[in-house]
Design a protein around this ligand. Sequence first.
Ligand SMILES: *Cc1c(COP(=O)(O)O)cnc(C)c1O
Length: 376
Amino acid sequence: MIVFNNPPFTGKEIQYMQQAAAENKKICGDGPFTKRCEEWMCAKFGVPASYLTTSGTSALEMAALLCDIKPGDEVLLPSYTFCSTADAFVQRGARLVFVDIRPDTMNIDERLLESAITEKTKAIAVVHYAGVSCEMDTIMDIAKKHHLKVVEDAAQAFGSAYKGKPLGTIGDFGCFSFHETKNFSMGEGGAILLPDLSRRDQAEIVREKGTDRSKFFRGQIDKYTWEDYGSSYLPSDLNAAYLWAQLEEYDRVRNDRMASWNYYNEELKDLASRGCFTQPVIPEGCIHNAHMYYIKLEDLETRTRLIRHLKEHDILAVFHYIPLHSSPAGLKFGRFSGEDRYTTKESERLLRLPLYFGLTEEDCAAVCSSIKDFFS
Ligand SMILES: *Cc1c(COP(=O)(O)O)cnc(C)c1O
């Protein structure tokens, strides 16, 4: 059986969790492993502040809070995304305005943004699907012109870049996920990056139940108080210990995934050139992180047959994202701007192949030969 995903495990996770519990005696949030992970991210991505969170969803919730979204504000986002991108803003009372995607990258179509903007628009939430960047120069120009905040849902894009800039560092806030299906994991977890320090105090207060406890722990004040609205977004240091083991092995994990991605991409070229399906497009200037390998079949019916064929050969391939605008919550909280030319059609064609740290070349070969077999 070739499963679709295995959570990443590089070897030292349990040792570090043991260390957190037995040696550091620190299993609540913001312990030594959390600090290490945060310092690593700041150095790697060149940002002055980063915070681990309990999930990618909670990182997005923090971002929505820090954008000061108020009831009635509108937020532009793709419909082709995970519900958390939308939910974080809905919780603040925002109306969702879904913008169509580009068929090449499955990312929000930057050329359609301006026509979706109204006087109520406050923010654009972009999703770097499959770890491939949105067209950020255009998006940031539009945001600047219309005084909008930009939240990067970089849940899938840890370690990706756009024109030399790490994803998650370009907009006002960048959000990562360390869920077990992502490239690096802590079980459940995530992170938020701040590109400058202007929002640092507010971010720390929101994350620490509305208190200025982070400042207190740094010794900057001698007591802490309840300052503002907040929640508890800090994960246990046990989870951070698990993540730290993987960040130490960053290159190994990345190269391993990239090898599988490249193998699929080479091996499936012939079928793609015969028109059986299309392969992922990585635009000029984008560096991806091998988060996902997908193909896009002719139509829904072909996809359903291929999934069944692969399953009969013990290979689990999956699709995802029923477009949000056609879901019950999406209908309640938002509207589609303009015409749904690609969102529904392209989402029905997309199939994700098994891809995880430790997937072997033999496994990839078996997946490819089963696909070839299907089309022969
Ligand atoms: C995984 C994911 C999330 C949510 O992350 P969690 O850590 O599971 O909360 C949000 N947005 C996108 C695009 C994702 O892929």
